[in-house]
Design a protein around this ligand. Structure first.
Ligand SMILES: Cc1cc2nc3c(=O)[nH]c(=O)nc-3n(C[C@H](O)[C@H](O)[C@H](O)COP(=O)(O)OP(=O)(O)OC[C@H]3O[C@@H](n4cnc5c(N)ncnc54)[C@H](O)[C@@H]3O)c2cc1C
Length: 645
């Protein structure tokens, strides 16, 4: 049995960087690689600038192209050129060549390599690790005082046999990639020395597509959070095919190309919960050190090995497991705490089509903060925190604009649907039209559709649900106005003042029944199960609102406490805002925890809304509010405003 100081499983960047460093310190190192040493690892081959700044330049014969800038392409075709942020620049490589360079470097420092040696098991103890590997010549057994597991993101069985849990959904991305031969001149002309990133959910939810140029081929890939595939019926490869065939910009750039290789694989980007075992450490993808925002992991793999060097030496010198724990701690510190996972926090900035369209447009119009932030993400040695700090205020502004645009669009959809409902020349339809088409804000309907879209569903398909809530809410206003004997609503005289109380009550009832009919019509698109759930939410909302209203009627100011008031508006208004949001999440097929979150958000929003509305009743102007005010005071009812006065 061969005995060494350091055994390394896997000859990728993590394994070879560690082998190089430990051999350089004079330790006897053996690297076992399941494949050949010049295998083509599925990878875009984009070398981050930080790697070059920290570990030095790559030999020219390893570099395919020096990358001078990046292009971000929005779903609407908008283009943001991100110039080089630093003097130094990144590069592209073929991993067969790059990884061979790293392994040669380690060999020159004294490390031994055995290719076609797949590690299948290991016995780990405090004194070292005995590793069993399958080779063409039979099973090889070797013992090392320290074992570095650098087997990337695919060695699920080996990791399990060593007692490490593999990555859970949500902690890694999945990818699919083609190598397309285009020829050097065509690449020079159409892409040049730039990497291209195609963001937005219409390309792929929670991910992006890329084109990375090499000398005469390009790697074109698509990657997304693994959780997306659980919900999506379409495969990633089909998404990629669709992107290649139909993307208006990418399809033209890649026209005439020949696919010469298809690959892909996982990219883990959350640091594993356990990074050490007896005499064992995890490095690179095996430890989950990838970057969550761009999916880069080559630099991170080498960095994890660089961090481990000092602790590996300490362990070999004194044999104390504390050295390995310190290594895990330092890696965690670097990849989690120091980086603050700003990459994770920024991911949603690039997920929404509208948001990406607007961000790219603003950047292209010269918003330097956006351009600079992109430069930091794609080409710098600065922490992602700096990019986050620049982007966050911009994105919040844009989210605001984006929501306004969306609610305008959704409101138009709701208006159109409502317009088709009450066109008859009857007194009842006239009464309903009178209240329905006044100066209404359609808040509940908009929230319902926003929830559907936020949870990944189609607003068009869910429109009857939004209409149903709008009708239910309108019915409650008609009845409420009768009880308050209000004068005006939605900028018009109240229905009962024009059509009389009896017809107003009937109009309210008719609105409620139509609301049910609308909700039921959803089953032709969504099937019976989600619609049954929506009807439950809908009915419970109606009942709760009635309870809230009944309490409001018996809520004299002298007995009012803030606690009772909040409970009352929680029911009266909270329900009617929570229910559309929750129903939206249900129709979009969101996870129950999301449905619950939407519901809670709606309830609290409803409470906040009612507190303000009650304050307006006391302080506001009827002109602005477009309804009659002062009813709380008139009937001596309690509200937050009056309780604290
Ligand atoms: C499609 C795709 C595109 C990517 N593009 C980029 C990019 O452009 N830029 C970037 O920085 N990162 C990119 N990444 C991520 C990057 O490839 C990885 O983060 C990086 O390779 C991790 O290095 P590593 O040494 O940890 O693992 P790997 O590079 O995966 O190396 C692990 C090695 O271990 C070997 N091995 C596995 N199991 C065993 C075993 N049982 N016994 C012995 N050997 C074993 C494997 O054969 C392999 O050689 C991409 C990833 C994918 C999937």
């Amino acid at each position: 049995m061969e005995k060494v100081d350091v055994l390394v499983a896997g000859a990728g960047p993590a394994g070879s960087e560690f082998a190089f460093r430990m051999a350089r310190l004079g330790y006897k190192v053996l690297v076992l690689e399941r494949d050949s040493l010049d295998r083509e690892k599925p990878c875009g081959g984009g070398i981050q600038t930080q790697e070059i700044l920290e570990f030095g330049p790559l030999p020219e014969d390893v570099v395919e192209r020096h990358i001078e800038n990046a292009r971000i392409i929005a779903p609407d075709g908008g283009l943001l050129e991100v110039p080089r942020y630093l003097e130094a620049c990144g590069a592209t490589v073929k991993r067969s060549v790059y990884d061979r360079w790293l392994s040669r470097r380690a060999q020159e420092a004294g490390a031994s390599y055995l290719a076609h040696a797949r590690v299948v098991a290991a016995d780990l103890d405090a004194q070292g690790a005995t590793v069993h590997a399958q080779t063409p010549a039979g099973t090889l057994t070797a013992r090392g005082r320290l074992l570095a597991v650098a087997t990337g993101g695919t060695a699920r069985e080996l990791m399990a046999s060593l007692g490490f849990t593999f990555f859970k959904t949500g902690s890694y991305a999945v990818t699919s990639q083609y190598w397309i031969e285009l020829g050097r001149d065509v690449i020079d002309e159409r892409i040049g020395n730039a990497i291209e990133i195609y963001n937005g959910a219409s390309i792929v939810p929670k991910g992006y597509a890329w084109i990375f140029p090499k000398r005469d081929v390009v790697t074109v890939g698509i990657g997304c959070d693994a959780s997306v595939l659980e919900k999506e019926s379409i495969t990633l490869r089909r998404r990629l095919d669709h992107f290649l065939a139909h993307h208006p910009i990418a399809s033209r750039k890649l026209e005439g190309g020949r696919v010469v290789r298809r690959d892909g694989g996982p990219i883990p980007f959350f640091v594993a919960s356990r990074l050490t075992g007896p005499s064992t450490i995890l490095l690179g993808d095996a430890g989950g050190f990838g970057n969550a925002i761009h999916g880069g992991g080559i630099y991170q793999a080498r960095k994890s090995a660089a961090i481990a060097e000092r602790y590996g030496r300490d362990f070999l010198e004194n044999g104390s497991p504390a050295a390995l724990e310190a290594c895990a701690q330092a890696s965690r510190e670097h990849f989690n705490s120091h980086e603050g996972r700003w990459d994770v926090k920024m991911r949603p900035f690039f997920w929404e089509d509208d948001l990406v369209n607007m961000t790219v447009r603003r950047g292209a119009q010269g918003d330097q903060e956006i351009v600079q932030a992109m430069g930091i993400i794609l080409n710098s040695d600065r922490s992602h925190e700096a990019a986050y700090r620049l982007l966050e205020p911009r994105v919040l502004d844009l989210v605001h604009d984006c929501l306004r645009e969306r609610s305008k669009r959704q409101r138009a959809m709701v208006e159109e649907a409502l317009a088709g409902l009450y066109s008859a020349d009857t007194t009842l339809d006239r009464a309903i039209r009178h209240i329905l088409f006044g100066d209404a804000k359609r808040v509940r309907a908009s929230l319902a559709l926003m929830a559907v879209e936020a949870a990944g569903g189609s607003a068009e398909a869910a429109l009857p649900m939004a209409v149903a809530f709008e009708l239910l809410h309108t019915a409650s206003l008609v009845h409420d106005d009768i009880m308050d004997d209000a004068r005006s609503r939605r900028g018009r005289a109240c229905v009962h003042r024009i059509f009389g109380i009896d017809l107003a009550i009937t109009a309210g009832d008719a609105l409620i029944f139509e609301a049910y009919r609308q909700a039921l019509s959803l089953s032709s698109v969504f099937g019976s199960e989600p619609v049954e759930r929506v009807l439950q939410i809908f009915s419970a909302c109606g009942v709760r609102t009635c309870h809230g209203q009944a309490e409001d009627l018996r809520f004299p100011l002298e007995r009012a406490t803030i606690r009772r008031y909040l409970k009352m508006i929680h029911r009266k208004t909270g329900s009617m805002i929570a229910a559309p949001l929750e129903s939206g999440a249900v129709l979009a097929g969101a996870h129950p925890t999301w449905q619950e979150a939407f519901q809670r958000f709606g309830r609290n929003l409803g409470v906040a809304f009612q507190i303000v509305d009650d304050a307006i009743d006391y302080l506001g102007s009827e002109d602005k509010a477009r309804k009659s005010l002062g009813s709380d005071l008139r009937r001596g009812a309690g509200s937050a405003m009056l309780i604290y006065c």
